[in-house]
Ligand binder design. Structure first.
Ligand code: PGA
Length: 265
């Protein structure tokens, strides 16, 4: 794991934007896995700025979101489709027909959505870079604790704590969904690269358990220890409970030194 500890959430956003810029320079038609929630918003703002002010383009990019609420229609302001339009898609040059979420149409059998989503991801060549946030309980996507580490896109029941954490987005609690369709853990692990963002002290336990704890379905993000190419960008509050903090800083110092050395050669 490439563990990068930065001062604050703005630095996390900037570093995340740099990862994407590099990827799009290497592959214009990249396939991105995207996340919703509070954490990636600042990074998406950077993507929008880079798209307007530099030559960065999403014209050939395809995106797959991690999850969508079940029973919430795309036009609904609380849907993750609406979030993505608001935060990103409406402000960049992406072809909107290449943006996918695991949404279930009103007349569709929800059990059909997962296999179809998996097939579409494969058709598009698989995900080059998957952006992830992390729940306070260690969930990635809506893969709540106890999710099979080998799961695929499917319906999940949300935990009480996740419902509580997302309550602020629903004026009427009675309309808040308790079910979602989410990429599975195996779906996420298929991505060629993973970019996990974590900001704020509320994530410190989840970050510690996922990076330094045992691999366990009780902390779903801990499976990322098994992935070959993971970058974790976090701010200091999110990193505050890590035991090997000094080592992670030391590694990044070494990397900077090697880079500087190569540039001066
Ligand atoms: P957050 O959500 O970015 O709103 O904290 C992250 C998550 O639940 O995966």
């Amino acid at each position: 794991m490439d563990i990068v500890i930065l001062k604050d959430s703005e630095q996390v956003a900037t570093a995340g934007a740099r990862v994407l810029q590099k990827l799009l320079m290497e592959k214009k038609a990249a396939v991105l896995g995207l996340a919703t929630g509070r954490t990636p918003k600042a990074m998406y703002r950077q993507w929008v700025i880079n798209c307007r002010e530099s030559s960065m383009s999403f014209r050939e990019v395809t995106t797959f979101n991690l999850d969508e609420y079940l029973g919430v229609q795309p036009a609904d302001v609380q849907s993750y489709r609406s979030y993505m339009q608001r935060e990103l898609f409406d402000h960049i040059d992406i072809d909107q027909t290449n943006t996918y979420l695991p949404a279930c149409a009103a007349d569709e059998n929800p059990l059909d959505v997962g296999p179809r989503y998996e097939a579409t991801i494969l058709e598009k060549g698989g995900i080059d870079c998957q952006v992830l946030g992390i729940g306070q309980n260690g969930h990635i996507g809506f893969n709540e604790p106890s999710s099979s580490l080998n799961s695929r896109t499917r319906i999940k029941t949300l935990t009480r704590e996740t419902i509580e954490s997302n309550r602020q987005y629903f004026d009427d609690p009675a309309t808040q969904p308790e079910l979602a369709i989410t990429m599975g853990i195996a779906t996420i692990m298929d991505a060629r690269k993973i970019l996990l963002l974590a900001t704020g002290a509320a994530k410190a336990d989840a970050v510690r358990q996922s990076i330094e704890g045992a691999i366990s379905a009780s902390w779903p993000a801990s499976i990322l220890q098994m992935h070959e190419r993971v970058t974790v960008l976090m701010d200091e509050p999110a990193a505050s409970k890590l035991e090997r903090l000094d080592y992670y800083h030391w590694v990044q110092d070494q990397k900077r030194r090697v880079l500087a050395q190569n540039e001066s050669d």
